[in-house]
Structures are given as C-alpha cells and as structure tokens.
Design a protein around this ligand. Structure first.
Ligand code: ADP
Length: 307
C-alpha cells in the first residue's frame, strides 16, 4: 500500500475549451511541506481545489488519505483537511469567537477548541470583537484558526501571508512549524519566494497549468544547472594577484581590494575549491553561495512549456 497522503495521477482540469491544469502527477508523503509556485493563473488554486475535492478532475485520478476527496462519502476524511482560501470573507457582524464556533460546528469540533485556537493565533483579546472591526492581518489569523480546527492532518493554505506585515508573517510560519512538529502535512501556494525558500521540503513550479519542475531546492538547482557563486576574501591588496594565479579559465565576476566573486557550475565546484585552497594563506575566507529560489524560478519560467 502507498504511504502517500496525496496521490495525483495524470490529472487535467478543463473549463470549456481551456485546460487550466494539465496532466499533473504528484505524490505527497506525510509530514511534507509542499509549496506551489507560479504566476497568477498558473493553476495553483485549481490544483488545491482538486485535492480538496471542491472541484473534480476532467481526467486522471486524485486520492487524498486513501480516498476520492470529491465523494460525499468522504466527509470523515474531509474533516482531516484544513483549508485557508486566498481571500477569506467572514460575516462582519459576528465576533471572531462566533465565526470560529460556527465553523467548529460544521466540522463537528468541540467549541472549547475555539478559545485555545484564538489564543494561539493571537486573537484571544479580540475574540469578542466584531469581525467588521478586524484588520487584514487579524482576518487572516482568524482564517488560519478556522483552517486549524480539529487538528487537521492536511493543511491547504492559499497565499496565506498576503497582506501580513513581516512580524505577522513570522508568527504565521511559527504556527505552521508547530503543526508540522505534530505531524501535519501542508500544501502552501505562495508568491513570496524568499519567505518559503527555507520552509518547504519540495517545490512544485507551475506554468500555464503544467508542472514544469518539482523537487527539493537542491534537485531544482541540479535540474536548472545554474552557476554557483563563490566569494573569497584575501589579504588586502592581493586580490588582483589571486585572480591572476587562478587563471583565465576561472570565471571572475568581480574583484575588489580584498575579495573576489567567482562563479562556476556545480560539477566544477570541488576542483575550483581545491585550487583556491592551494593558494595558501593569502585566502582567509570563502563563502559558497548557491542560486536562490527566485533565480531557479526565473529559469523555469523562461523554459518552453510542453503540455
Ligand atoms: P492561480 O491560483 O495559479 O492564480 P487558478 O487556479 O486560480 O490559478 O486559475 C487558473 C486558470 O483557471 C485561470 O485562467 C482562471 O481564470 C481559470 N479558472 C479558475 N477557476 C475557474 C472557473 N470556475 N471557471 C472558469 N475558469 C476558471
């Protein structure tokens, strides 16, 4: 039996003549944090809705926790899912506590859980205030509390930090980290590449409904074959001499009085590092700077899509 919590096999979704998700294959293991990235309209929300059973595939098979999420018989399974949609709209006249209690009753979750969750997301003091008086950040946190009701095994968060200030973003990810420690699996759609870079196990890069790349950051670096940068610090005044000793075949992007920026492809990295160490004490420090997620993303966005 498969140990995957989610299995997506050759899934396509069409609206009329438009294919918005095309032949997607994706297997997700328990405890993973998967980040979906792609421009607006790439199909991220649709893929999430397919996993949530909110829309059905035109072709292919979606299995979540061993069942088809779109079947009404899968209600018990659905209570193991938490979903924070991209735009959260709550009834403005209700208090935060009332909103959460309403969702708790829908999910058959004890009302007593609401106060704990409201405290956890930092809305304890505001729980008796009407949602109409809440800021964007407070609404988003109420949305997260709603998604966390019933301690879900699977969390789907669509652009969860849009509109949050940096401090709230940090707090938000701390909450997600806590859920991961308890074994939850999360699927997050995000445009904030620098924010999710260090958090995800794997990234799914989507373009025009197609998954153009999927893997850990390391796997994506390898696939994209982007150059690695090396910065070496040398004895002041010696940088030009070091550049000469490295030879013309080494790609040198920048030389300052006491530092040099080099770049090489992954396979050339170790030979280059050996050459640098052979230079002796003139080199006093070295940093290896791998490509960032935004560079990897840009690379895949510039590739032709074959759907
Ligand atoms: P993303 O989340 O990456 O921004 P979406 O999944 O929301 O992308 O949308 C992908 C494409 O599907 C868009 O072109 C969008 O207009 C289209 N789309 C989404 N939902 C519907 C729908 N219910 N009917 C018709 N087209 C839709």
């Amino acid at each position: 039996m498969s140990s995957n919590v989610i299995s997506i096999q050759s899934v396509s979704k069409r609206y009329g003549s438009e294919t918005v998700v095309s032949k997607v294959n994706l297997e997700i293991q328990p405890g993973e944090c998967i980040v979906l990235v792609g421009h607006n309209g790439a199909g991220k929300t649709t893929l999430m809705k397919l996993m949530l059973g909110l829309t059905r595939p035109s072709e292919g098979r979606v299995e979540v926790l061993g069942g088809n999420p779109a079947f009404s018989a899968a209600v018990a399974q659905r209570s193991a899912l938490g979903y924070l949609p991209e735009s959260v709209a709550f009834y403005e006249a209700m208090t935060g506590r009332e909103v959460l209690s309403f969702y708790a009753s829908l999910k058959h979750v004890a009302a007593s859980e609401c106060d704990t969750l409201l405290q956890l997301v930092g809305l304890g003091d505001a729980s008796k205030r009407r949602v109409g008086t809440y800021s964007k950040g407070m609404r988003q946190r109420l949305g997260l509390a709603q998604a966390m009701l019933g301690n879900p095994q699977l969390l789907f968060l669509d652009e969860p930090t849009t509109g949050l200030d940096p401090l709230l973003r940090q707090h938000f990810y701390q909450l997600i980290d806590e859920l991961h420690k308890e074994g939850a699996t999360s699927i997050i759609s995000s445009h904030a590449l620098n924010e999710v870079e260090a958090r995800a196990n794997r990234f799914v890069i989507m373009k025009a409904g197609v998954v153009v790349a999927c893997g850990t950051l390391d796997e994506l670096y390898q696939l994209a074959a982007l150059p690695v940068s090396l910065k070496i610090n040398v004895t002041p005044g010696q940088a030009s001499l070091v550049a000469e000793r490295l030879g013309s075949e080494v790609s040198i992007a920048e030389v300052n009085n006491q530092s040099l920026s080099l770049s090489c492809f992954n396979g050339e990295k170790m030979p280059l590092i050996r050459r640098i160490t052979e230079l002796g004490e003139v080199v006093n420090d070295m940093q290896i700077i791998p490509p960032r997620l935004d560079e990897v993303y840009k690379y895949f966005m510039n590739q032709e899509v074959s759907s």
